[in-house]
Ligand binder design. Structure first.
Ligand code: DGL
Length: 272
């Protein structure tokens, strides 16, 4: 028996948005046991300073390492933007760390897009993480970024496919920054929930813009890596656990928006 393959995959996010990544991983790797940590006590990360997010990442990363995760996924674009190197150093050879940015950047280069739009939190956009990584691989790609801070709270409040969400989506997507693009990166783990609405917006405007959700792309990258490195759990289905740093019933309800299976949230006040 390959004991490393039996180890869990750890994931974390500022809250429950990262469950879109957990979902995508389980769709492709149904036997894996997940250990998910949602830092609901500190949500949202999108408007926090980089130093503060690095501090949270260090604490959560140490927790996931203590659970002997074979892989740790930073299932949050904001934390991926500012704390990936830190977590990679902390993990050393104990776990492989993935962020939700690099796989998407590779996809942009592979598909030879030349005009790319990026929407995400203030933290993700201000860090220029997508811009810098895309341009470090191909300087000729134009990257047009727009912070869209209303979208994550809107989605978390359940507004995903009605008048309110349509007005907000339209307001953002009609911004001058995003006019001349071939593809739009949804650089926030909440946004897969409004991918269809965004695609519908472009359809209605007769514009051809490919909409890229980071969760599916990173799940595919992780699956390939696990196949190549003998890390897939082929034994019986592992048991997943979902921890949050602050528990409320409304968090538990909101998980249903993001995750297909029912989830029992375990309160773990990691920062006390
Ligand atoms: N999960 C965060 C991200 O992907 C969005 C929510 C937040 O601001 O904490 O950037």
């Amino acid at each position: 028996m390959n004991t490393k393959a039996q180890a869990p995959i750890g994931l974390f996010d500022s809250g429950i948005g990262g469950l879109t990544v957990a979902n995508a991983i389980l769709q492709q790797l149904p036997n894996e046991a997940l250990i998910y940590f949602g830092d609901t006590a500190h949500l949202p990360y999108g408007d926090k300073s980089a130093d503060t997010i690095r501090y949270f990442t260090k604490t959560i990363g140490s927790f996931l390492l203590s659970k002997e995760c074979k892989i740790i996924v930073i299932a949050c674009n904001t934390a991926s933007s500012v704390a990936f190197d830190l977590l990679e150093n902390l993990a050393g050879d104990k776990a492989i760390v993935f962020n939700v940015i690099d796989a998407v950047v590779d996809e942009i280069i592979r598909k030879k897009y030349k005009k790319v739009g990026v929407i995400g939190t203030l933290g993700t956009i201000n860090s220029n993480a997508y811009l810098n990584r895309i341009n470090s691989k191909d300087k000729s790609v134009e990257v047009h970024q727009l912070a869209t801070p209303l979208l994550a709270p809107m989605i978390e409040s359940g507004f995903v496919d009605g008048q309110i969400s349509n007005v907000i989506i339209e307001e953002y997507l009609s911004a001058p920054e995003l006019q001349d693009i071939e593809t739009l990166i949804l650089a926030c783990t909440h946004y897969p929930l409004i991918k269809k609405e965004i695609e519908d917006y472009y359809l209605a405007k007769n514009k051809k813009v490919d909409v890229l959700a980071t969760n599916e792309i990173v799940a595919t990258q992780i699956k390939h890596f696990m196949i190549e490195n003998g890390l897939i759990n082929y034994e019986k289905k592992g048991k997943s656990a979902f921890y949050v740093s602050d528990y409320t019933e409304s968090f538990e309800k909101t998980t249903q928006l993001f995750y297909k299976e029912s989830v029992d949230l375990i309160h773990l006040p990691l920062f006390k």
